[in-house]
Design a protein around this ligand. Structure first.
Ligand code: NAD
Length: 518
């Protein structure tokens, strides 16, 4: 029998009050004339805080998609690609300034639409500010290499050029940061952007678009450098299939990636996929358990388990298993579940009923597989918010890594598995189809180094949790996570085309490889 978490935070505010707060934030960001949709083609902006509808917006039509791509394509061809990169950087610098100014307006919208707690929502906007700084610097560093030529009097080099229209398709759980990772970098690279945000976070998208439009107007950049299209997978699919879209950068579930990847490949387009994870941390006997407990609780229960990098599997050495699970359970009992707009809350709601059903079904399957729920797993605040889905984050001790453990359930369930040898830990760790983020807690340098070499994920950490990446590194994962990289490091190369140039400054015409002809 699991213990339950007893301390939900204060009352849940009514939907009207949340709607007023959203409208005020939108107005401050410059969205002051929201077009209410007619009966047909409605997309409802909702809040998971109450489950209520805030506004009915117009869903993009086929014509809207075509217009957006046409405008983005023309702007790319006629102006943006020829604008010097540092000048393109000026647009992103202004966007960063506006984001600083409106950090808490956007954070409000992120909490309202995605259910993130205040500090995590503000942290997400901070990531946007950080990537704007990064992209501004990048606008003066789009370097190519010079390569030694095998021919005398020749220079061989690589140059990087703008790619074209980039379609950015984003998930609900990072409604602004992922857009900015793509957009800030794509814009300095000379691309234009058409954004299809999650159908669950349209207001946040309108606010970002308004801020970017203002930055464009103030810096003299063309207005059509960025477009936003509200809608569901049908809108996404139109972007995926349009040959004028040079790069589709799509973030979401593996299921979505399995549709998008082959469709873009069928037209020989470029695709950057950032898909689901099933992240694990290994806790070795030498681990600093204070770090391991704190790292685990934030990564597993934070964001109500709705990060792509959320910790879902804890692989613990059997000598420390009991101590660490007791400490994690004790920490979970202190978690405050409730209204994400309340500063005291640590765990907000699930995004909707489907997520709750998936969590319930996963817990039932894990129990059927011999698992024991050690804490949490219950729905809470049902009386206060009957249409919302607040849950107690759960910890489940599993005898084996069964099929349900190998799946990504987008909810706060942490499965605890034990190991005896480090090889066994690595085998369990890599024994899933996803490959996003991973961590080891150890004070043994050999184990740390082995883990860095053997984890098959795109993100491999030592003595920190699996979630909360910095923008400076390239972000993304392997295997079913899709192989894409975005944000920092040299991820910008995905947004440009590379040309290899050979310049002959001699009076001869020697052929490569010593070939003789005529
Ligand atoms: P989702 O796959 O349901 O939707 C993501 C986006 O894809 C939405 O905008 C949606 O409208 C669009 N979409 C869905 N089907 C499509 C199709 N056939 N063609 C074109 N577009 C389509 O995901 P979600 O529920 O919004 O987000 C949660 C998932 O996203 C989790 O699996 C999470 O791990 C993953 N995620 C991954 C990363 C990463 O960087 N790897 C980041 C955030 C979220």
């Amino acid at each position: 029998m699991s213990t339950s978490i007893t301390s939900p935070t204060s009352a849940i505010p009514p939907t009207d009050e949340i709607g007023d707060r959203a409208e005020a934030a939108l107005a401050r960001c410059g969205v002051d004339h929201l077009t209410e949709a007619g009966a047909a083609g409605r997309l409802y902006a909702r809040t998971p805080i109450t489950g209520g509808a805030l506004l009915a917006l117009a869903h993009a039509t086929e014509r809207d998609v075509d217009h957006a791509i046409t405008a983005a394509h023309e702007t790319f061809q006629t102006t943006w690609r020829d604008t010097p990169a540092p000048e393109r950087g000026a647009l992103v610098r202004r966007l960063g300034d506006l984001l600083r100014e409106h950090k808490y307006d956007l954070a409000d919208l992120v909490s309202i639409e995605a259910g993130k707690i205040r500090s995590e929502a503000a942290g997400e906007v901070q990531e946007m500010i950080d990537i704007c700084d990064f992209a501004l610097g990048l606008s003066r560093q789009l370097y190519g290499r010079t390569i030694a030529s095998e021919r005398p009097g020749h220079r061989l080099m690589e140059t990087w050029h703008p790619l074209g229209v980039v379609s950015v398709v984003t998930a609900f759980n990072f409604p602004v940061a992922v857009w900015s990772w793509n957009t800030a970098v794509a814009l300095v690279c000379g691309d234009t952007v058409v954004w299809k945000p999650s159908e669950m976070t349209p207001l946040t998208a309108l606010a970002c678009d308004a801020l970017l439009s203002r930055a464009a107007a103030e810096t003299g950049a063309p207005a059509n450098v960025h477009q936003v299209l509200l809608g569901g997978p049908d809108v996404g699919e139109r972007l995926v299939d349009d040959p004028r879209v040079a790069l589709v950068s799509a973030t979401g579930s593996v299921r979505m990636g399995r549709t998008v990847g082959p469709r873009v490949a069928a037209r020989l387009g470029r695709c950057l996929l950032e898909l689901g994870g099933n992240n694990a941390a290994v806790v070795a006997p030498s681990a600093d358990l204070d770090l391991a407990v704190r790292g685990t609780v934030f990564a597993a229960a934070g964001t109500a388990g709705q990060r792509c990098t959320s910790l879902r599997r804890l692989i613990v050495h059997e000598d420390v298993a009991e101590t660490i699970t007791d400490r994690i359970v004790a920490a979970y009992e202190q978690l405050r579940v409730g209204d994400p707009l309340n500063e005291d809350t640590l765990v907000g709601p699930l995004v909707g009923e489907r997520a709750y059903t998936a969590m319930r079904e996963a817990l039932a399957q894990a129990t059927a597989d011999g698992g024991a729920v050690l804490v949490g797993g219950n729905r809470c605040l049902e009386q206060e918010a009957p249409d919302a889905y607040y849950v107690e984050p759960a910890v489940v001790r599993m005898p084996v890594q069964s099929a349900i453990v190998r799946e990504e359930t987008f909810a706060p369930i942490l499965y605890v598995l034990t190991y005896r040898t480090f090889d066994e830990a690595i085998e369990l760790h890599n024994g899933v189809s996803q490959g996003l983020s991973s961590a080891v807690f150890t004070r043994d340098q050999r184990e740390a180094e082995r883990f860095l070499a053997m984890s098959d994920c795109g993100i491999v950490n030592v003595n920190i949790g699996t979630s909360g990446a910095e923008i400076g590194g390239a972000f993304g994962g392997e295997k079913d996570t899709g192989g894409g990289r975005e944000s920092g490091s040299d991820a910008w190369k995905a947004y440009m085309r590379r040309a290899t140039n050979t310049v002959n400054y001699s009076d001869e015409l020697p052929l490569a490889q010593g070939v003789r002809f005529l």
